[in-house]
Every structure is written in C-alpha cells, then in structure tokens.
Design a protein around this ligand. Structure first.
Ligand code: 5AD
Ligand code: SF4
Length: 441
C-alpha cells in the first residue's frame, strides 16, 4: 500500500530534460520497491541527487548540497548520488563525502533494485561499469510529473565525442530502443490521456531502430498517427544526422510541432572543427535552408558556446553573423567550461573569463533583438496553445504554442481553461521571450 511504507526517499534533480525523465523512471522504480516519496530531506530515510556535470557550476551544486546535509547523517539517513557527476567522479565521491552509500551512473539504473537492497543492508553500492551496455533503462512504472506532456526516451548515450563535452563519458555509448517499444509507450500514454509526446535523446535524430524496421522520420510519422496525440516534439537534434526527410515528415504530419532545436555551438568552421562537431558552417546552413523551405513556419532554436579555446574575435563574429543568417527564435548560450576527461581540456589558448563574459553578453543582446523582431511578426495571428496553467496574480493563463513559445492570455469573464486543454488565442503584444494575447470566443 503506497503511503504506509516506512522506507522513504527524497529526490532532487539537476540538469537537462533527460535527467528529469530519468528521475521519473527512478522514482517509479523506488515506488515499485516499496519506497514512499517525501517532499523534504528532513522526512526522508534515503536522500538522492540526480546530478549534472555539463558545466562546472552544475557540478558544484551537488557537493554543496551534500555538505549542507552532512549533519543529517547522525539521524541515520542514507545518501545516494546518481547521474553524470556520479559517473564522472565514481568512487572518489566516497572519499569526498564518506557518508554517501550509493553512487550510480545512468547506464546502471536497470540494476537499481539490487543496489537498493545492498544499501538497505548497510553496504555501499556502485553502478559505474555499464557504459558499454546495449540496453536501455525501460521500466513498467514511470512516475510522470506532467499530466499532459509525456516524455519518452528513444535513444540513450552519445557516440559523437564533441571536444568539450562530458556526456559520452557519463552516459555511455549510443543505444536505441526498438520502435515497437517506443510506439507501445506512446499508445499507452495516449490511453492515459496525454496529448503531447516529447521524444528524448542526447542526439534524438541519431535514432537507429535496432530491428531496422523504420527510420527516425518514419518513427515521428508513426507517433503523429497515434490516436489522441495532438503534439509530437523531439529534442535534441544533431546537425550531422539531420536529414531532409525529417522536414518532409513535419510538413506531412499536422501532429508534429513547428519547431526544431538544432544546436550549432559556433558559426565558425574552424572552431566547429576544433570542437569536433562533424559539420561545417555551410553544411549547417544547408540544413537550415531545408527547414526554411518547408511549407510550415518551423521555429528554430539552438545552443551556442562562446570562448572555446583559441576562438578569435573574428571567429566569434562569425557566430554573430550566423544568428542573422538563421533567425533563431531563441537560443541557450554558454561560456565554455573546461570539463574533466574531455579532449578540449588539454587545448591551449584559453580565453580569459572576462572576455568570455563579454562575448556572452554581446551574443545574448543580439539574440534578444532577433527574438523580439521575430516575435513581432505574430501580432494579429491566431495561434493554438496548450494551456499549462494560470498566473492568478496577473489574471493570465499560460499557454505554449506549437513553436514552443510561451503565450500568456486573458479571456472573457467566466472563462475557465484546464491545464492540458487547447485554446485558440489572438496575439496582441510581444516581448523577446513571450507573446501576449486574448482567447478567441
Ligand atoms: N562548456 C559550455 N557549454 C557546454 N555544453 C556542453 N558542454 C559544455 C561545456 N563544456 C553546452 C552545449 C550543449 C548544451 C547542452 O550544453 O551547448 O549543446
Ligand atoms: Fe555532448 Fe556533442 Fe554528444 Fe551533444 S553531441 S551530448 S554536445 S558530445
């Protein structure tokens, strides 16, 4: 009986959407093992952190938390570190924080039930040796936190080895789930009332059906056909594996959202080569031309890094000019952060932090102007949104467009919209990061 168990856990998640969804599956596994989730560390017998090590700041967070909670050890609590910091630091975590009893990377989560038994028996447990596995983490029970948008991991790990990135070392080798199992999960979600599905993978479009029945674009189309599914998203796409049939699929299937997240990282072919990104500026722009050529108005977003070792002012300016050439609706921008084990850690010509900050500010300002300009085009449009909630203080509902933009809107007296429902909204005002409108009667 859930709720009656004396085995309790608290789980905090850091980092990307993959981690958030991994946590949903980890929580499902713990519930299956008779644990009960509690909302605070104080109430928990087992305290878990699902960690991120993509940049230095993210990595530091977990050690701050562990330090803060050291005093709670006396109360008999157990601590576990999961995710990318766990995989990266491995047993060194026990040296730094001796009160930790579980350290496991994401490739080992299949073994969590056995690991839990070990720590319950007072032993230490590690899950660090599975990065070469061909298996994915599939669970019957996923504790989904969002009642209308269901996440499905279709591919785990990464074989790209970009020079700056820890992911291939922390999440292990690339492995795809069968299209059969992905489609079964999509149908199950639709039956449970989910109307939006988001397919996840570090490189979601590198998906290779192990039974070789269908391609990634065909998988998108098949999910778009599932009865009850109104919106299909996928993230993150790698430019090297971005094929034209993905654009054709978006054009062909109304359920596929008008949005592609296609991280470029840099606008300079020289820097892209040093980053080992496996494409040139021109090859990237060729993919963008396919997307711009679609019949639908597909929104583009990106990730960019400034201050990669050796990046000159001129090369940085090529990144700025690429923003103009593409016209992203928004972008996640980062200062290069040296990461352990990665090839770039040994590169010379480090850029001083103040210079990285300056480039970041220039880049952000440029993108802000582009976003503002692009959003203005929507004034007067009628756009369908999925309702995500209500901001009571402002008297506005919060909606999400197919292009993944936030559209806050008001409605006539007496109107009420449930989270997860769909509403047509007329756009009246725009900002760089959101749109404002009024619900159509
Ligand atoms: N430094 C800065 N940004 C990084 N990213 C990945 N590794 C690093 C790093 N070492 C960024 C990339 C990636 C996003 C998820 O994080 O832009 O696309
Ligand atoms: Fe990291 Fe590159 Fe793999 Fe993305 S493709 S996860 S940036 S190594």
């Amino acid at each position: 009986m859930p709720g009656s168990s004396d085995k309790t856990f608290y789980l905090e998640t850091f980092g990307c959407q993959m981690n958030v969804h991994d946590s949903e599956k980890v929580i499902g596994t713990l519930l299956q093992q008779g644990y009960r989730q509690v909302p605070t560390v104080e109430e928990a017998g087992l305290v878990l952190y699902n960690t991120c090590s993509i940049r230095d700041k993210a990595e530091q967070k977990v050690f701050h938390r562990l330090n803060d909670y050291k005093k709670l050890l006396a109360q008999g609590k157990k601590f576990g570190v999961l995710g990318c910091v766990a995989q990266q630091e491995g047993e060194k975590i026990f040296e730094r924080a001796p009160y930790v009893s579980l350290v496991a990377g994401s490739a080992s989560y299949r073994h969590l039930p056995a690991m839990l038994v070990q720590i319950e028996n007072g032993q230490r447990s590690t899950g660090l040796d599975d990065r070469q596995t061909d298996e994915c983490f599939e669970t019957e029970l996923t504790a989904r936190t969002n009642p209308y948008r269901g996440y499905i991991t279709i591919i785990e790990g990464c074989d790209k080895f970009c020079a700056y990135c820890v992911v291939p070392y922390t999440r292990g080798k690339e492995r795809s789930r069968t299209s059969q199992s992905v489609l079964a999960e999509a149908r199950q979600l639709a039956d449970l009332g989910y109307s939006e599905i988001q397919l996840l993978g570090q490189n979601v479009n590198s998906y290779r059906d192990p039974q070789q029945t269908i391609t990634f674009a065909e998988l998108l189309l098949a999910i778009g056909e599932v009865q009850g599914i109104e919106r299909v998203r996928f993230t993150t796409s790698h430019p090297r594996d971005f094929t034209r049939d993905i654009v054709d699929a978006i054009d062909a299937s109304p359920a596929l959202c008008d949005h592609v997240h296609l991280p470029v990282q840099s606008g300079s072919t020289r820097v892209l080569d040093a980053m080992q990104r496996l494409y040139t500026r021109d090859e990237y722009l060729e993919r963008i031309a396919w997307i711009h050529g679609a019949r639908r108005d597909i929104s583009l977003t990106s990730d960019l890094i400034v201050g990669f070792p050796g990046e000159t002012e001129r090369e940085f300016e090529e990144t700025l000019s690429l923003l103009d050439a593409v016209g992203y609706d928004s972008a996640f921008t980062f200062k290069y952060s040296p990461r352990p084990n990665t090839p770039a850690i040994g590169l010379e010509d480090a850029i001083p932090d103040e210079e990285k900050s300056r480039r970041l500010a220039v880049l952000n300002e440029k993108q802000r102007q582009i976003s503002a300009h692009r959003n203005k085009r929507h004034i007067g449009d009628i756009v369908r949104v999925m309702v995500e909630g209500k901001n009571e203080a402002r008297g506005q509902w919060i909606g999400r467009t197919s292009q993944i933009k936030v559209l806050n809107f008001t409605a006539g007296a007496g109107a009420d919209f449930k989270a997860g429902s769909y509403v047509d909204v007329m756009v009246t005002t725009t900002f760089p990061n959101s749109l404002v409108g009024v619900a159509c009667e």
